[in-house]
Design a protein around this ligand. Structure first.
Ligand code: ADP
Length: 446
């Protein structure tokens, strides 16, 4: 996939993702509002229905008492007899002789006449000890209006069905009345959850796909960069060798053996350089975290640093580069692999030279801390951007500079440095500011 196509996919993906999210948020908001309104209306309607229902029950019960009194030719006061204890629970005082089945018939009839279509449970109580004398659950059904659930099983019967005057009351309870409201609100919120889960899953999958595409793109770039560098690095000595050997073949050197020797030495040197390059790349590319073997011995860090500083000074004789060393560590002896640690120091100083901005100034400081030694390398080079800083220790990673690579390298130096430091159970940290410089802090245990 070309860079343009990937960029288009990323931009298109991000745009569609944002619009899906926006639509989703808008949709959720408006549906929530509509649901809220519907719920308020429903609640209002329910409370109206409830009040109407309570009124119907009170009237029906008063009718029942009235009927009983008429039957018994009693003219006692009806108004205090019916008491409402809660929305679905009523209590009625009775002073008459009454057969329970007769009461049941009356309740059924007057409930039906008052349009009450609910199951109800009635119970007759002895008011001296509040114990139930008789009770039954009556189911409402459209065909037969009201049915007792059973005469014998569900109904509580007492042998003392002869209901004496005074000291009795009966209650009516509607078990299904209050539940309806609760069910409504539970039902209306459940499809939401599924929709939300599906949208979150789709979004998650989308983000995952995008991250895979971006990672693949970066890998392809890194690989291309590496091949370009490799080609460049290897081509130069090969073409020099080619030119020199061609000259030797073409020309007659019988009168000028010195010139022949010069060409031969060019071929020899370039071949050595080629060999070194291939060796270096192959060695580092092959290295893996758990495959490094360290030949540890007691080494003096200050000596290694001094050696590197001397080499730097020698190479910078013409350019006027400066290196300053401040050895604050009192104990610079650690148990480590001398060759690898020397390579680490040279790699970091080489980078400071490669990525210089003006006259190079390098400062190296050592310090004893946390049972080991820390070495700080500071340069005044071009610096590294924050985004690249996270990746400079990755294998083959080079800070992208467009197609132009005037600085040679394979992106393996810092990968190697980190690998070696960590193989010694040490740590490495980097700080950098573009156009100001970079500092690497290495800590190695004793
Ligand atoms: P190489 O130098 O072969 O490219 P490295 O692994 O040594 O690979 O470094 C990775 C990248 O980090 C380099 O391409 C360079 O851009 C950046 N870098 C490393 N050291 C410095 C430094 N001292 N100053 C600025 N940039 C640096």
């Amino acid at each position: 996939m070309s860079r343009k196509v990937i960029n288009a996919v990323v931009i298109f993906g991000a745009l569609s993702l944002t619009s899906v999210l926006l639509i989703q948020v808008f949709w959720i908001k408006s549906t929530l509002k509509a649901q809220q309104t519907a719920l308020t209306l429903q609640e209002r309607q329910d409370s109206l229905n409830m009040r109407q229902f309570e009124e119907q029950v009170r009237v029906a019960l008063r009718n029942v008492v009235e009927e009983i009194n008429t039957q018994q030719a009693d003219s006692s006061d009806l108004y205090g007899a019916v008491k409402q204890k809660s929305t679905n629970y009523f209590l009625v005082d009775i002073n008459e002789d009454l057969h329970p089945y007769y009461l049941e018939q009356l309740l059924k009839r007057y409930f039906y006449d008052n349009g009450i279509s609910q199951n109800f449970l009635y119970g007759i109580y002895d008011c001296f000890n509040d114990s139930i004398v008789y009770g039954n659950l009556i189911r409402f059904s459209r065909d037969s209006l009201y049915n007792p659930i059973s005469d014998t099983i569900a109904g509580i019967t007492s042998p003392e069905l002869a209901w004496k005057k005074d000291g009795h009351y009966f209650t009516v309870f509607f078990p299904d009345v209050q539940n309806e409201l609760v069910e409504l609100s539970v039902q209306s919120s459940s499809p939401w959850l599924y929709l939300l889960i599906i949208v979150v899953l789709i979004l998650g999958f989308f983000v995952f796909s995008l991250s895979v595409i971006i990672r693949q793109k970066r890998l392809a770039e890194v690989r291309n960069d590496f091949i370009n560098n490799m080609t460049h690095e290897l081509k130069t000595p090969i073409s020099t060798i080619g030119l020199s050997s061609e000259t030797i073949l073409r020309e007659d050197f019988s009168h000028n053996p010195e010139k022949l020797k010069k060409y031969a030495s060019i071929i020899y040197k370039e071949n050595k350089r080629l060999e070194n390059q291939v060796e270096k790349v192959l060695n580092i590319a092959k290295l893996r975290e758990n495959e490094i073997t360290l030949n540890k011995s007691k080494i003096a860090i200050h000596e290694i640093l001094e050696e590197a500083a001397e080499s730097f000074r020698f190479n910078q004789l013409e350019n006027g580069g400066l290196i300053e060393t401040v050895y604050n560590a009192t104990d610079d002896i650690i148990n480590a692999d001398e060759v690898h640690i020397t390579n680490v120091v040279f790699n970091i100083i080489d980078n400071a030279v490669k990525y210089a901005r003006e006259t190079i100034v390098i400062r190296i400081q050592t310090k004893n801390e946390r049972g080991g030694i820390s070495i700080l390398f500071e340069d005044n080079g071009i610096g590294i951007k924050k985004d690249d800083l996270k990746q400079i220790f990755e294998k083959f990673y080079r800070v992208p500079t467009g197609n132009l690579h005037d600085v040679k390298g394979f992106g393996l130096g810092l990968y190697y440095v980190k690998l070696i430091v960590e193989a010694h159970r040490g740590t490495i940290h980097v700080k950098s500011k573009v156009d100001e410089g970079t500092s690497f802090l290495i800590w190695l245990p004793k």
